[in-house]
Design a protein around this ligand. Structure first.
Ligand code: NOJ
Length: 534
């Protein structure tokens, strides 16, 4: 297996694109692939190594495209297969790799297999590709078990002939039966279809959920969890690794593995499985030195055990944007506690977000950015309820604000919506942009040395020019309890983060390379990170 020290995914800065919200070329108010292509120079100049696209396949978009109806075609609202092929080539031409999202756990109810299974009726072999079961109770009116969806509520829906089908997520997302050879072979073909088109990597959605106990027992009734992180899930990813290896060893598999046990997490990164996974412990961590130090140590130890490179993540399309998170009284993130109307100090959040990304970019491994984070966008929390699309919002009876607030179309230029996301005479953006985003647009920030965007550009340039950053060793330096300080590589690079309430003395150094906020002479202010030449 090739996971050599110089493999690109061990160091890369990877930028996540949520295609419906990046840039709209055809004027329907929804982002698309040609919009992305027109903005490729922006990403080249930002200095990212790769882009990861949230799903771009044919889909009814009941869960923003994570409900896939055809894994080998592009949704017409986003473009065509030819657009995707051109996009991959154009990205490669400017030195940017392309990662796409593959969703193995479930399909869309619009997938032809599900439609056929539905039509075929109870007992038909077509139903074995999914989990169809009779119900309990005298008339089968009770769902086969009481599993609770991460999207709140039941995981079962009854069809007109009386059977029920399993969907761990929304009712529009029926779970595949991964014990069926046809499912296994189908996904081999999906991977090859995209690798053949030059895709450099696959982001694997909800990776630990694919295998299920075929008896579908209640969660508490059995020792091994009936659907999450079962040992046999690894069979799938070993197989996928073999498919990736057919392409010469430079195609990456990156897992979405939300598991709290670092050892169970790292199992997915063994040398014959995935190449990387998102670091959700870092993303969910509060802004506090003790917790972050623990997360960093545990992350590095768990990855070292299996020879994989770590990743550092502050944002994605599922979580509250970091500027808002870090501007709150409780700076930790958890889906379970996300609520409306939580007060935010935006200035404080932005200050901490700057300090946090400098920390992430100095740590060993790869870094994932999410579109708009480089603009310092906040979570949009006042989207009218009737415009919200997220099943998490609707299925929780509107208790969970959902994820629309981090998916609002990007502001590129101009003084009023659509801020260059679409042409001025286009349909309005599919989610409304706040008027205050005038100050956050790419145009407004470009050339302003104090702006978040210019700060990101500078950091990324420095990181790629610094041989001691990215993958490689790090060592903690002595520091006060509220301070994180570490050295990188064999040379003289140090990163110091002050998470306490008071300024602290900088350690001895020859040069300040970059600071996330102005220094107070030789002191590092609160919520500030500095990179030093020591
Ligand atoms: C994880 C994805 O990141 C999320 O957006 C999606 O809703 C679920 N998986 C279901 O596919």
């Amino acid at each position: 297996m090739s996971d050599n020290a110089s493999a690109w995914w061990r160091n890369a800065v990877i930028y996540q694109v949520y295609p419906r919200s990046f840039a709209d070329a055809d004027g329907d108010g929804v982002g698309d692939l040609n919009g992305f292509r027109s903005r490729l120079p922006y990403l080249r100049d930002l200095g990212v190594d790769a882009v990861w696209f949230s799903p771009w396949y044919r889909s009814p978009m009941a869960d923003g495209g994570y409900d896939v109806a055809d894994h080998c075609d592009i949704d017409p609202t986003l473009g065509t297969l030819a657009d995707a092929e051109a996009l991959i080539q154009e990205a490669h031409a400017v030195g940017i790799k392309v990662i796409i999202d593959v969703v193995p756990n479930h399909a869309s109810t619009d997938h032809p297999w599900f439609r056929t299974a539905l039509a075929a009726g109870p007992g038909a072999p077509e139903r074995d590709l999914f989990y169809f079961r009779p119900g309990l109770g005298e008339h089968g009116e009770i769902a086969p078990n009481t599993w609770v969806s991460p999207f709140a509520g039941t995981t079962w829906t009854r069809v007109p002939d009386g059977e029920w089908y399993l969907h761990l997520f929304d009712a529009s997302q029926p779970d595949f039966n991964w014990r069926h050879p046809q499912v296994i072979e189908y996904f081999d073909d999906v991977l090859r279809f995209w690798f053949d088109r030059g895709v450099d990597g696959i982001r694997i959605d909800s990776a630990p959920l694919v295998d299920k106990d075929p008896n579908l027992p209640e969660v508490a009734a059995v020792e091994e969890h009936p659907y999450s992180d079962r040992d046999d899930a690894h069979i799938v990813y070993r197989r996928w690794r073999r498919v990736a290896e057919e392409y010469g060893g430079d195609r990456a598999l990156i897992g979405e593995v939300w598991l709290y046990d670092p050892v169970r997490f790292a199992n997915y990164l063994r040398p014959d499985e995935m190449h990387g996974a998102f670091n959700f412990e870092f993303l969910c961590s509060e802004w506090g030195a003790a917790r972050l130090r623990k997360v960093i140590d545990e992350t590095l130890a768990a990855h070292a055990e299996v020879g994989a490179a770590a990743s550092w993540v502050l944002n994605n399309h599922d979580v509250t944007r970091v500027v808002s998170r870090f501007g709150r009284a409780d700076t930790a993130f958890s889906v379970a506690t996300r609520r409306h109307d939580t007060p935010v100090d935006v200035e404080l959040g932005a200050r901490r977000a700057r300090a946090a990304i400098m920390l992430a970019l100095a740590l060993p491994g790869s870094v994932y950015l999410y579109q708009g984070e480089e603009l310092g966008l906040t979570e949009v929390e006042d989207i009218p309820f009737e415009l919200r699309t997220d099943p998490m919002f609707h299925r929780s009876n509107q208790v969970d604000p959902g994820r629309d607030g981090c998916r609002v179309p990007l502001p590129w230029s101009g003084d009023a919506p659509p801020f260059g996301f679409s042409a001025a005479d286009a349909a309005p953006p599919w989610l409304p942009q706040p008027a205050a985003w005038k100050a956050y647009s790419v145009q407004a920030q470009t050339g302003d040395p104090e702006s978040m965007l210019e700060f990101y550009r500078r950091m990324l340039r420095l990181r790629s020019a610094s041989p001691s950053l990215g993958d490689g060793p790090m060592s903690w330096l002595p520091a006060a309890p509220d301070v994180l300080a570490f050295a990188r590589g064999d040379d003289d690079f140090a990163c110091v983060v002050n998470l306490g309430g008071e300024p602290v003395e900088l350690p001895p150094h020859r040069e300040v390379i970059l600071a996330s906020a102005p220094l107070a002479g030789e002191r590092l202010p609160s919520d500030t990170t500095v990179w030093l030449r020591t």
